[in-house]
Design a protein around this ligand. Structure first.
Ligand code: AMP
Length: 286
């Protein structure tokens, strides 16, 4: 029988959509009957297991799943020795310390002797140990942000992305304990056939991630400005320059990291670039 990789993803919640959409961009389609625990991909030897987020590290550690898409915060919290294969760039958030608005704050030492509510006790304990602090950790499984309001805790340690939940509950973020994003993780003892499949999957994922971060850039420019414009473009390979039907003008094409583009756009225009187009790239193989 053909070897198949077993990939665990979150059954429902914030990571699911991003996980399925990266698989889709990798050309891996899942036949997903809604209430299924397991679904098979047709175009790649891979089965998807839909599991509770907090159970996934244990399943990968036990070898029930070979690989998983998980928040880094969950990996750190569950303390299982998983291999961190690839950061995936979505579900970016941070585990942070927050206190009621207006509470004086001059640094982590303010947490000494305080009661801190969290769903991430192990990560918080490590943070307190790093700062040589003693505090009372109250583990609660959800709605941590209400703990200070009901007198259960002086501070919280919880996941934040925009900060709007903290704001609504009258809390202020003071310290980042752990920045987090989605990761592809693996059992460190995969057999060779599964490692080879993981390498194939990783190749596809990296092509998708490269493409997401880069854009195809085209612009027209007067011939006498071409050298200056090429000087501004951050070097990948040499850009393509093609003459336009209108004499004395050329079209310049290159690939550029999206964030770099915004840094140089004004300079490109100043140098005479016109008709600038930025086009998404579907896959990028370096
Ligand atoms: P949940 O869907 O709430 O079970 O969260 C699953 C995972 O999504 C967490 O372990 C984090 O890695 C990530 N996550 C949670 N909250 C946020 C947030 N506010 N913004 C982005 N990612 C988050």
């Amino acid at each position: 029988m053909q070897t198949r990789l077993q990939l665990a993803v979150q059954k429902s919640g914030r990571l699911l959509e991003g996980s399925l959409s990266i698989l889709k961009e990798c050309g891996i389609r899942i036949d997903n009957g809604k209430e299924q625990l397991k679904a098979s991909a047709r175009s790649f030897p891979l089965d998807v297991l839909y599991l509770r987020n907090s159970d996934i590290p244990q399943y990968v550690h036990d070898g029930v799943a070979d690989i998983a898409i998980l928040g880094e915060n969950t990996v750190v919290e569950k303390q299982k020795p998983l291999e961190m294969v690839q950061a995936l760039g979505f579900s970016k958030c941070r585990l942070s310390i927050a206190l009621p608005k207006g509470t004086p704050w001059s640094g982590p030492h303010e947490l000494q002797g305080k009661r801190i509510a969290t769903s991430y006790p192990n990560t918080l304990r490590q943070y307190l140990q790093r700062h040589e602090l003693q505090a009372d950790i109250h583990e609660i499984s959800g709605s941590v942000e209400i703990a200070p309001n009901i007198g259960l805790a002086d501070a919280i340690c919880d996941l934040v992305s925009t900060g709007s939940t903290l704001f609504k509950n009258g809390l202020e973020e003071k310290e980042v304990v752990l920045p987090s994003q989605a990761w592809l993780v693996a059992n460190p003892q995969l057999v060779d056939e599964k490692k080879a499949l993981l390498d194939q999957l990783l190749f596809r994922i990296q092509s998708v991630l490269e493409a997401r971060n880069n854009k195809y850039l085209l612009m027209n420019a007067p011939d006498e400005k071409i050298a200056d414009i090429i000087g501004i473009l951050p070097g990948m390979k040499s850009p393509t320059v093609m003459p336009l039907a209108t004499g004395g003008w050329s079209s310049i094409h290159t690939v550029i990291a999206e964030d770099r583009f915004w840094e140089i756009i004004d300079e490109l225009k100043r140098q005479g670039a016109e008709g600038i187009l930025i086009i998404p790239i579907e896959k990028m193989i370096l």
